[in-house]
Design a protein around this ligand. Structure first.
Ligand code: ADP
Length: 736
């Protein structure tokens, strides 16, 4: 086989192979119409090459004329498929120009079959043989047909069409394609038609090799297409990788959502299809694997919340916004659970439909805790108010409404200064920031008197306890507010009565002391008087010597000193009395009284016995008052035994402590005891059964005992006589 045959058949074979490959591409993906156009082009080039070879091997002028005529058929296909390829592949080229090219080529094809032997020659003269690639090939000689210019002009139009298309592709930014595709078509079309013209007009003496030029064009375009395939493959790989990444991301999101106990769902507004995660199925108790409709989803929502939930979702879809809602669901087993739902409306990828993406969370526990908290707050005996770190009121209970005279909705959102008199307002803001700087449970406005302001503007004294609470939404403060007007009024009454008692007891003490002073001074004064009288008598009788006088005067001085000491004792007792409150050992009090009352006891021919509990804890109080109380009881006991036989005249004073936090003191006598009528009125002021009685003694005793936080009782003792018993609390420190 000769070289020419080998080259031409190889070239045709290469074209057919490329054609087949691109045909397969198109077959697989019918949208790839450019590949089909290329495939047709390559087949036509192969056919052209085959006919070209036949041309070279023609043996008679007739044969050559016929082949040269038929070669225009693949030429037409080449032009038409090139135009189609440019339009499809580059997506450019003017439509009218495309049709003009095809029209011109079609015209030349028609003329080709009109003229004999063809459009190129009017007449073919006997063949000429020349040597080409070492082989003898025939080349046509004859009279060229000027109509051939129609065919040439169609090629010129093709070049114009392609240049125009390439320019717009270049402008579009796809410069590579513009150069590769546009440039190669123009180059090969121009060179091919130049050679065909030169051969036909016998300017050069060589056979027609146009198919080789087209072969080059096919190769370049095939390269370009395969480059696309490579690019598509790498794109596909990247897409795969990103899809795998996306899947991984989705899995991670689902995992994270599950971990956060969040159900995830998506509603496609276009298809009305609802996708829900397994967690949503679990929360709403939907069976697995079965598709759930929006309607079924809504049916689970509590009838009272259904409309509201649907409305926020629809609103989000219409306005492409987000929503947040808390609602109840009724599960198939009848249980009611609280859910928090959040949704976001997103446009879908196609730009037409929208998707509603949502998460759902079971908040039943939180809701229950909130309800419990509200119930507890309502049940609280004091006014309870919850404020955020800005001092805005978040919650109040019914007591706050009662205390301040506002309705709840008038208070929510207001700052707490709203409830304070204006003079506190400014400093309170500072106090609040201090509180949030170092939050700890404490009383508000320590050391200051606090007042609340009612809706009507009136003020009332309050005590406020503050408790910081750390919540997921930040630090809040729980304030409990107590109206202390009544307590302050009661304290005032108590203070007044204490004052009264003090006054009374001091007056009474003064009496006591006057009496005891008189009694105690009586003896030294009487001794002084006696000594002075004796000295006077001795002097009158002339029996007084200097020694006797000195002794008498020494006695007088001694008695006068005693009197002075007694006075000094009284003064110190009065001074001590000035220190009103202190720690008291009741045993000491009893001992002091026993001593002090002794002269009275002797005057009543009466014995005093004491039974003192060992290691008595201390009490806190006014020692003079306590002394006064016990003295009054003992004095009454002495009075009660006036008519009793001397052997029974005994007063027993006892102290008790059994570790229960209070010390007991009992004063018992062996007199007539207390009648039932007397008992009922015993502690009343001015109640007395005695002729010279004032009826104040027991009233003072009870006031004193009660002012010290104690209690007093009176009854008849076993074996006769009355028994008065009072208990006073041990100081808190001692107990601790
Ligand atoms: P006064 O001693 O001036 O009468 P008190 O208030 O001390 O006033 O006593 C009121 C009354 O209680 C007495 O008048 C007496 O009737 C009764 N009373 C007080 N102590 C005793 C007692 N130890 N035994 C019997 N009756 C008593």
């Amino acid at each position: 086989m000769s070289w020419v045959t080998v080259i031409w058949w190889m070239s045709a074979g290469a074209c057919l192979t490329l054609a087949f490959l691109q045909f397969v591409v198109w077959w697989r993906n019918r949208a790839a119409q450019a590949n089909l156009a290329f495939s047709i082009l390559a087949v036509a080039v192969a056919a052209f090459a085959a006919l070209e070879l036949a041309l070279m091997q023609a043996e008679t002028p007739e044969q050559l004329g016929t082949v040269a005529r038929w070669i225009h058929v693949p030429a037409w296909v080449i032009v038409a498929s090139l135009v189609a390829f440019v339009r499809l592949y580059l997506g450019a080229g003017r439509r009218w120009l495309a049709w003009t090219v095809i029209g011109a080529r079609t015209l030349s094809l028609i003329l080709n079959f009109v003229f004999s032997p063809n459009i190129n020659y009017r007449q073919i003269t006997p063949l000429r043989h020349i040597s080409f690639l070492g082989e003898s090939v025939s080349i046509p000689t004859g009279v060229p047909n000027p109509w051939m210019l129609v065919a040439q002009s169609s090629l010129l139009l093709l070049v114009i069409f392609v240049i125009d298309a390439a320019i717009s592709v270049w402008r579009r930014g796809d410069r590579r394609r513009a150069v590769m595709v546009g440039g190669s078509i123009v180059f090969f079309a121009v060179t091919a038609s130049a050679q065909s013209l030169a051969v036909t007009w016998q300017i050069i003496s060589m056979p027609l090799t146009v198919s080789l030029f087209f072969q080059g064009l096919v190769a370049v375009v095939a390269w370009e297409l395969s480059y696309d395939v490579v690019r598509a493959a790498s794109l596909a790989r990247r897409l795969q990788a990103s899809e795998a990444g996306l899947r991984e991301f989705e899995e991670r999101v689902t995992l994270a959502a599950d971990a956060a106990r969040l159900g995830v769902w998506e509603f496609d507004t276009d298809t009305s299809r609802l996708w829900v995660s397994d967690k949503v199925r679990e929360l709403f108790q939907f069976p697995r694997e079965i598709e759930i409709s929006y309607h079924e989803f809504q049916q689970r929502v509590h009838p009272d919340d259904r409309v509201a939930r649907d409305q926020v979702a629809q609103n989000a879809i219409q306005n492409q916004t987000d929503y947040e809602i808390e609602y109840r669901v009724v599960l198939p087993d009848g249980k009611v659970r609280w859910m928090a739902g959040r949704g976001r409306c997103l446009p879908a990828g196609d730009g037409k439909s929208t998707r509603l993406l949502g998460v759902t969370m079971d908040i039943t526990k939180r809701k229950q805790a909130e309800e419990l908290f509200e119930l507890a707050t309502e049940a609280s005996p004091s006014g309870t108010l919850l404020a955020d770190d800005q001092g805005r009121i978040v919650l109040v209970n019914a007591h706050v409404e009662e205390l301040f005279g506002y309705r709840r909705d008038e208070l929510i959102g207001k700052t707490v200064e709203f409830l304070l008199p204006e003079r506190f307002g400014a400093s309170h803001g500072i106090d609040r920031s201090n509180f949030f700087g170092a939050p700890e449970a404490r009383a508000m406005g320590e050391g200051r008197e606090l007042f609340g302001r009612r809706k009507d503007g009136s003020e009332f004294p309050v005590e406020i306890g503050l408790n910081p609470i750390q919540t997921p939404h930040g630090l809040v403060v729980l304030a409990s507010i107590v109206d202390i007007s009544e307590r302050l009024a009661a304290e005032e009454v108590a203070r007044r009565s204490r004052q009264q008692v003090e006054l009374l007891s001091r007056v009474s003490l003064l009496g006591e002391m006057t009496a005891s002073l008189a009694h105690e001074l009586n003896q030294p004064l009487a001794a002084i008087v006696n000594n002075a009288t004796a000295a006077t008598q001795y002097l009158e009788q002339g029996r007084l010597d200097a020694e006797q006088l000195r002794e008498i005067l020494a006695d007088v001085v001694e008695d006068a000193r005693r009197a002075r000491d007694i006075m000094a004792n009284v003064r110190s007792a009065i001074k001590k009395g000035a220190a009103i409150r202190g720690r008291i050992n009741l045993n000491d009090v009893v001992k002091a009284i026993t001593h002090m009352i002794q002269p009275d006891a002797i005057a009543h021919v009466c014995k005093i016995r004491t039974f003192l509990a060992p290691q008595l804890p201390l009490i806190e109080g006014d020692p003079i008052q306590i002394q006064q109380a016990v003295t009054n009881l003992v004095r009454n006991a002495l009075d009660a035994m006036r008519d009793a036989p001397a052997s029974r005249r005994i007063v027993e004073i006892a102290t008790h402590y059994n570790g229960d936090g209070a010390i007991g003191v009992a004063v018992r006598d062996f007199g007539a005891g207390i009648s039932e009528i007397t008992r009922q009125r015993l502690f009343e002021q001015f109640f007395t059964t005695k002729e010279d009685g004032l009826g104040m003694g027991l009233a003072i005793v009870r006031s004193i005992v009660e002012a010290h936080g104690g209690t007093i009782t009176a009854d008849n003792a076993e074996g006769g006589g009355a028994r008065f018993y009072f208990r006073l609390p041990v100081t808190a420190e001692v107990l601790a």
